[in-house]
Design a protein around this ligand. Structure first.
Ligand code: FES
Length: 172
């Protein structure tokens, strides 16, 4: 129903789908129907919201809540929150000052200041901020870092996409 109380968007673009977003969306619709909430809470899938490394991601309107890394097992708690709409599920909520978001921003700020970094130096920097090899690979896949040949081996630079995401356009 279009004239709903809340609107939930589940990103089902590539990266989120690889981490189970389709199952989350389908189960969310089913459970909202079972809870009798489907008439007032509309669920739609959407394209990337550019938080690809922390998906599956969900946005809730009109509150503007952004949930990251949502799993099917999180849905009972999520649905309870949607029932009233007055309190988000804090542990899933992403804010500009969320601990993980702040770590990513600090890492990228440091990378911009030091670039171009060797592949090993970027990996070491990421590790210092608590991110592993898989996370680094995801950054490359989503176009947040670029790897180019240098005189003494490949070099990593931070792309404009990542600078925009973390508000680092003037940095470096
Ligand atoms: S694929 Fe979901 S945020 Fe990019």
């Amino acid at each position: 129903m279009y004239w709903c109380r809340m609107h939930v968007l589940v990103c089902t673009a590539n990266h989120c789908t690889q981490n189970g977003a389709q199952q989350v969306a389908a189960r969310l619709r089913l459970e909202l129907k079972r809870a009798g909430l489907d008439g007032e809470i509309m669920v739609n899938t959407c394209d990337s919201i550019d938080l690809c490394d922390i998906g599956p991601n969900i946005v809730v309107y009109p509150q503007g809540w952004i949930y990251r890394n949502v799993q099917v097992s999180d849905l009972p708690e999520l649905i309870e929150s949607l029932r009233t709409g007055d309190r988000p599920v804090e542990r899933l909520l992403l804010r500009p000052d969320s601990e993980d978001e702040a770590r990513r921003r600090s890492l990228y700020r440091e990378a911009v200041e030091q670039e171009p970094l060797s592949v090993e130096a970027f990996a070491a920097l990421a590790e210092r901020y608590g991110f592993d090899e898989a996370w680094v690979a995801e950054q490359a896949r989503r176009g947040f870092i670029a790897r180019k040949p240098g005189e003494d081996g490949d070099r990593i630079t931070v792309t404009s996409k990542a600078r925009h995401r973390y508000g680092l356009e003037g940095a470096g």
